[in-house]
Design a protein. Structure first.
Length: 155
């Protein structure tokens, strides 16, 4: 069936790369802010608008406890644009470990719309596929360089 092969193609070639990038930046952000601000970094570093949206999401999961929760930390409830906003608001802290953090924030913003396309199992165009691949490969290099200097903490 064509629809099945399309879904497999998108999952095998695009989705997992976006998953990696989004989640590795959750881990990187959590690690650096935990070290710099302490284990309660969320309360100190995240604006109320994002905290309120996360609380709304959490209430939805509480209402339906039979569903799997996104994760144990509030950072797992944020959407990509929220994660990027947390990184932007704390770039002065993140820049110690990631000197080109502003470039990364801009690049992650470039993933926001292609991520939505892939997340809804539609085909990204060739430029978006190249963008996804490039950011994925570059984020692996970033991760390797950080692993040499930091002990990453999965939230």
């Amino acid at each position: 069936m064509k629809i099945e092969s399309c879904g497999k193609f998108i999952g095998n070639y695009n989705y997992w790369k976006l998953y990696f990038v989004e989640n590795i930046f959750r881990i990187i952000t959590h690690t650096i802010l935990s070290v710099q601000l302490g284990p309660d970094w969320w309360d100190k570093a995240v604006d109320d608008k994002i905290k309120n949206k996360v609380e709304d999401f959490k209430r939805e999961y509480i209402k339906r406890p039979w569903h799997t929760k996104p994760g144990p930390h509030d950072i797992y409830y944020v959407q990509l644009w929220m994660l990027n906003e947390i990184m932007r608001a704390n770039s002065h802290i993140l820049s110690d470990a990631i000197p080109d953090i502003d470039e990364w924030i801009a690049r992650i913003e470039q993933l926001r719309l292609p991520r939505n396309i892939v997340g809804h199992m539609n085909y990204p165009n060739q430029a978006d596929r190249k963008r996804i691949n490039k950011i994925y490969l570059d984020s692996k290099v970033l991760l390797e360089s950080l692993e040499n200097r930091l002990r990453l903490k999965i939230p």
